[in-house]
Write a protein that binds this ligand. Structure first.
Ligand SMILES: [Zn+2]
Length: 45
């Protein structure tokens, strides 16, 4: 189920994520290019 959408500011990748995946990206960075992620890079509820 889609909960959030992450859009990487470095590589432009758009990824639909759930809550735990959002936390993982915030902690570890973009899964594609490892750019640091911020909460502002996520949309959705
Ligand atoms: Zn990226």
């Amino acid at each position: 189920m889609k909960e959030y959408e992450y859009v990487c500011q470095e590589c432009g990748q758009q990824i639909e994520v759930n809550g735990p995946m959002r936390e993982a990206i915030l902690e570890n960075g973009c899964p594609v290019c490892s750019a640091s992620a911020q909460s502002a890079h996520f949309s959705g509820q």
